[in-house]
Ligand binder design. Structure first.
Ligand SMILES: Nc1ccn([C@@H]2O[C@H](COP(=O)(O)OP(=O)(O)OP(=O)(O)O)[C@@H](O)[C@H]2O)c(=O)n1
Ligand SMILES: C[C@](O)(CO)[C@H](O)COP(=O)(O)O
Length: 245
């Protein structure tokens, strides 16, 4: 029985604002995709990796990853992260009993975190996500018109109204890799397939599709180093973390 890791890397990285897809952007002089793939392989609990590449960029992806200690395949991703994971999942054969889904955008996820997730799945939890306590106060808001345009001609700013403050002791910020029994994840993606075509419908993580089936999802401790690189600020933080390693 084997563990397959799907490494999502087909996104464009609009919020990072580079001219190349985000997975190709360097952190500490190494492409994000290579760091993420190496982290999975170094865990010792991943038998093979399949990477989702932006359309037409599969060969570039192979080159960017470079040599890896486990077999690595590349498939073209889809219009949403959910569609990309579904494409990768198509590569999971009957010998695969555990599937991990990980973001190239979390290139510093430590091997110990990967191992923690896989161990939890192998000990009988069929869906496992890493999560961290939320440290900010979280408020729910609704739109509330806009402020008047400033005298200097600046455009009006949107204003929101606070509805309530959530109990943060019950909230967790969820990371990847997320781990699943392979058959459960395939069923979750099949049932939720209609959502995959459009960003506003798509699940933002794979556990969300499992939750929609009514199957319990369990959580293990996440790791601050597994931060997601979304903006230029995140990239700067990741560079500093890598320098300190
Ligand atoms: N169609 C997509 C969209 C995203 N992803 C991957 O999903 C992960 C999380 O997505 P995110 O960080 O939001 O990346 P982007 O969608 O590229 O970012 P943006 O929304 O800023 O364009 C990334 O590793 C990204 O490459 C993917 O494989 N296929
Ligand atoms: C899967 C994920 O990384 C868990 O936090 C996250 O939900 C991806 O969200 P994105 O909006 O696609 O970046």
């Amino acid at each position: 029985m084997t563990t397959l890791a799907i490494l999502t890397a087909a996104g464009s990285g609009t919020r990072l604002g580079r001219e190349i897809p985000k997975a190709f952007v360097d952190v500490g002089g190494v492409p994000m995709i290579a760091l993420a793939a190496r982290g999975l392989a170094a865990s010792g609990v991943v038998d093979a990796v399949v990477i989702t590449a932006p359309p037409g960029r599969s060969a570039d992806m192979v080159a960017a990853v470079g040599p890896l200690s486990v077999p690595c395949d590349v498939v073209e991703g889809g219009a949403t992260r959910q569609a990309s994971v579904a494409a990768g999942l198509g590569r999971a054969d009957a010998a695969t009993d555990v599937v991990l889904v990980h973001d190239a955008a979390r290139p510093l996820a430590p091997p110990a975190l990967v191992e923690r997730v896989v161990t939890a799945v192998r000990s009988g939890r069929s869906a496992v996500v890493p999560g961290l306590p939320v440290t900010d106060t979280i408020k729910r808001v609704v739109p509330d018109g806009g402020s008047p345009a400033a005298p200097g001609g600046e455009s009006a700013q949107p204003v929101e109204r606070v509805v309530d403050t959530l109990d943060r002791t019950a909230l967790r910020a969820v990371q990847t890799p997320q781990g699943f029994d392979r058959e459960l994840l395939q069923r979750a993606h099949a049932e939720g397939a209609a959502r995959a075509a459009a960003e506003h419908l798509a699940a933002t993580d794979d556990a969300g599709l499992v939750e929609a089936l009514g199957v319990p999802v369990h959580m293990v401790r996440g790791d601050a180093a597994a931060l997601k690189i979304t903006t230029a600020h995140d990239l700067a933080v990741a560079e500093l973390l890598l320098e300190g390693r």
